[in-house]
Write a protein that binds this ligand. Sequence first.
Ligand code: TRP
Ligand code: SF4
Length: 332
Amino acid sequence: MCKQVVLSGIRPSGGLHIGNLLGAVNNMVALMESGKYRCYFFIADLHAGTTAPDFKRIRMNTYSLLAEMLAIGLDPGRCTLFRQSDVPELYQLYTFFCYVTSVSELQRNPVYKEQLNQLKLNGNGLSIFLNYPVLQAADICLYRANLIPVGQDQIPHIELTREIAKRFNAFSENSLFPIPEALLTETPKVPGTDGKKMSKSYGNFIAVADSEKVTKSKIASMVTDINRPRLRDKGHPDDCPVFTLHQFISPSEDVSVIRSQCEEALIGCKNDCKPALAEAINLALKEPRAKRAELMNHPDRLDAVLMKGVAEARKVAKETIEKVRKTLNLSI
Ligand code: TRP
Ligand code: SF4
């Protein structure tokens, strides 16, 4: 029995923050470590360019993201790690997929509609921006992936991928593509420094790339329980984002002590609870940060990872394209 293929991509739109780690990235590491799947994880640089094709900046972000993915525990010996744009077969499959996708179904995509509103493109969006899910479908089908670990927000894209795979399969007697399924990642609600969901776009994140000092000052600036204005007031840890982060990061013995001491007004937010959180985060990120810095000083090692990855990825990609072209009567 062949192993199921797991595939997922991360856009290199800046470094990883602890929200990413506790959600998608740790999950990727777990899938890899389970040994149950053939895993493909890639850096979606082409997708990062769909709003603005600044590939020079995206290239730099790609290297730091790769360094962080490796630092967090993705191992090129146990999964295929590659950069999306390095696989020329992808552009072919993308083109073929444009032949089975209608403009109106892309315009109906809720993710597209929401982004269109947010970005205020006034009808000037790039066609690749509209075609974002077609490219994503090509990512998935090129490696004949079965399971796609993604968050809830990506479901419409996986739905369209399934649709495209089915339309393509109808061209041939033997199915070309497995119909992929989303492997819904439990994305825990990790609060950012302002108490809202931690997100790149809100600027409320604590990044792997942050120094210990920056981490401390970001934590110092966090909002706490608004009903605890003074030290002598009893706190409500369940209404406090600092406490929520403690729950994600600090050892559980410490978390229960913090809870009771906060509720009894025995510790202060500024002098006790926040410094303890900053320390716990800095401890958890110590090794990944050191590893990241080391890799960033050795871009040759990052290139070697990309080269190994693209060779593995292209092996499968070429087989797929070969079959697809035959099916479409486009091979020599
Ligand atoms: N669209 C995904 C995101 O924004 C990234 C992505 C691109 C992806 N291609 C993919 C995810 C293929 C899963 C499978 O997060
Ligand atoms: Fe929040 Fe900690 Fe202050 Fe309690 S002591 S309100 S948990 S920061």
